[in-house]
Design a protein around this ligand. Structure first.
Ligand code: SF4
Ligand code: SF4
Length: 584
């Protein structure tokens, strides 16, 4: 009765806070009246700033559209005034006499007004002068295609070239001041965390040991509607965060006082994300501590991932930013940290002198020496289960879904292709961007490194790591990203499989084939299969979370870092018609 009540109060508190958080996008107005936009919009665009200040107040879901239209109209006016207006073609054809042969430098100088426009037209259409054209239509079609590029240059010169970054910032300037005081944030996040704690508290009254009771009868943990709702919410959140950040304006400004204290600047969507990520991990980490009480390995491991998330992933980059130094999470290694060799980033390091060189050297040492060395001694668990933020989120927030990982051979096959495919893609992408970084040339083998990085950033950084990697917890288990997509996990896994002291030893004689270990293996390893044969587990995907061992009622499984000898032994128990013998 007491436990049920605590859980219900906790869940209600959390749900109310979640609704309040989301409703900020729908119910709280953005208002630009009497707002100073001079820090964001240059005085030469005073007309634009004035137009924005006349927009009627509206919540973000409506204001984003109004503001986008205002930016669009402003750019159109710039084009009409200084670029090639879209009704140019009739006049153009008339003056050329419908004859492409008349298109030359003199014509460009006479037809287009400004010197800037003449230069841009010539730059883009030089190749069209003096060519044999099949028809005027053919010429006109090619010219039409160039018009948009020419107008983009005009907008870049006279207007605002990239409104994608400006729009969320302008939206923040119009957010209400009362949201920025910290009081609303304290209430929403404070009560949400309290709700999480109350929900977890009944675990404190249970006896030691892991309580995974009834997971397959619990609708919120088994792909039924409550889990599907969580799944949809998570995926939508990631889509909005990455693709439509302006809709989160009111949520972002909630954290203004925290961002000012920590980073000495305004909050942005990544600050909000880091904050949510960290408090979600802390709340569910508390639950893990209670659930695994009596199991030191699990408790210390949980404390470790929380420490690395709070200190290294969230706080340290903010402190570095406040000192105007490159924000770097020192524990994040390439290729998970896939922007490490991007030109802007290497430029940042080099501009920072000794400290920048230290950061760059640290990053190189970490992936080239630290990762293989530590993995040799401890297996990939030192990173995936003790240090990594993605692993930390999976082990805390994702823990209720760990049994949903697919244990089939088919899933194992897909996992091997996918995760090593992503590693290969990350290596290739890095070759391309490094070439640009260190030579200044943007193309290699005719492919632009900027295109390669944007394809990687979208497909792996956003879709795989974000929307699928975390959003799919409630339907595919908690290590979707680590298992199928993380290039660092693939790299660690190769070392673990072929050159490591780590293994899980199995005392096959004690196994009663209950299957707990396989059920709760988040990496989809059929642990029982190995346990029944008394075979060591040296799978590259094993993250050494130790939960298989923790849930085994017979003490069959043991995580060990011994010498390499005898680590890999195929068929240690031979089962034949004549009997069973040990293959030693
Ligand atoms: S085999 Fe055990 S230690 Fe390895 S990932 Fe699965 S549950 Fe964790
Ligand atoms: S949990 Fe232990 S006893 Fe049960 S199948 Fe796995 S190794 Fe065997």
């Amino acid at each position: 009765m007491r436990d049920k009540l605590l859980k219900e109060i906790g869940m209600s508190l959390f749900t109310i806070c979640a609704f309040s958080f989301v409703s900020l996008s729908f119910l709280v107005d953005i208002d630009f009246k009497n707002r100073d936009l001079s820090d964001l919009i240059d005085s030469k665009h005073e007309v634009l700033a004035n137009e924005i200040s006349t927009l009627n107040p509206a919540p973000p879901v409506i204001m984003v559209k109004r503001l986008s239209e205002t930016f669009g109209n402003y750019s159109q006016n710039i084009v009409n005034h200084s670029g090639i207006s879209y009704d140019y073609s009739k006049k153009f054809a008339l003056q050329l006499g419908n004859d492409p042969a008349n298109f030359n430098e003199e014509f460009i100088a006479s037809f287009f007004k400004s010197e800037f426009l003449q230069t841009k037209v010539l730059e883009n259409t030089n190749w069209m002068i003096g060519r044999d054209w099949d028809s005027y239509e053919d010429f006109a079609q090619n010219f039409d295609e160039k018009v948009q590029y020419i107008n983009q240059s005009v907008i870049a010169e006279f207007g605002i070239s990239d409104t994608t970054y400006l729009l969320p910032q302008v939206m923040q300037a119009g957010a209400p001041d009362w949201l920025k005081t910290g009081i609303v944030a304290l209430m929403i996040f404070g009560f949400a965390v309290l709700g999480g704690f109350l929900y977890a508290l009944p675990l404190a009254f249970k006896h030691d040991g892991i309580h995974n009771d009834h997971v397959f009868h619990n609708k919120s943990q088994t792909r039924h509607y409550p889990a599907i709702i969580v799944f949809i919410c998570l995926v939508v959140f990631y889509i909005v965060l990455y693709q439509l950040p302006a809709y989160l304006t009111n949520q972002v400004v909630l954290l203004t006082p925290v961002a000012e204290k920590l980073a000495g600047g305004a909050s942005d969507r990544w600050f909000l994300y880091g904050f949510l990520y960290t408090i979600a991990m802390m709340t569910m980490g508390f639950k893990m501590m209670l659930k695994y009480k009596g199991n030191k390995y699990q408790q210390v491991r949980t404390a470790s991932v929380l420490f690395f998330q709070i200190a290294f992933a969230f706080t340290l980059p903010q402190i570095l930013t406040s000192f105007q130094l490159p924000a770097y999470d020192l524990k994040s290694a390439w290729p998970l940290e896939y922007t490490f060799f991007f030109d802007w980033r290497v430029g940042q390091y080099l501009n920072e002198g000794t400290f920048g060189i230290f950061l760059f050297g640290w990053g190189v040492l970490l992936f080239a020496v630290g990762v293989p060395l530590f993995t040799y001694f401890f297996g990939k668990r030192w990173y995936c289960s003790w240090v990594c933020g993605c692993g930390g989120l999976a082990e805390t927030v994702g823990d209720p879904y760990r049994h949903l990982s697919d244990k089939s051979l088919g899933a194992w096959k897909i996992e091997r292709y996918l995760v090593h495919g992503v590693l290969a893609f990350a290596v290739l992408m890095t070759v391309w961007v490094s070439y640009t970084t260190f030579t200044g040339i943007s193309e290699l083998l005719g492919i632009s490194s900027y295109d390669v990085r944007s394809v990687y950033g979208f497909s792996i950084g956003f879709v795989f790591a974000g929307a699928v990697g975390t959003g799919f917890y409630p339907v595919m288990g908690n290590r979707v990203w680590c298992r199928f997509g993380c290039p660092l996990a693939a790299y660690l896994g190769l070392v673990q499989r072929f050159k490591s002291r780590f293994r899980i030893t199995t005392n096959g004689g004690q196994c009663i084939s209950c299957g707990n270990c396989s059920t709760y293996c988040e990496m989809g390893i059929d642990v029982r299969w190995y346990a029944q044969r008394g075979q060591n587990i040296v799978r590259s995907s094993c993250v050494g979370c130790g939960v298989c061992s923790a849930v085994c009622p017979r003490g069959v499984l043991k995580l060990e870092n011994k010498g390499e000898d005898g680590r890999i032994s195929e068929n240690p128990i031979l089962i034949g018609q004549e009997g069973v013998s040990l293959n030693i």
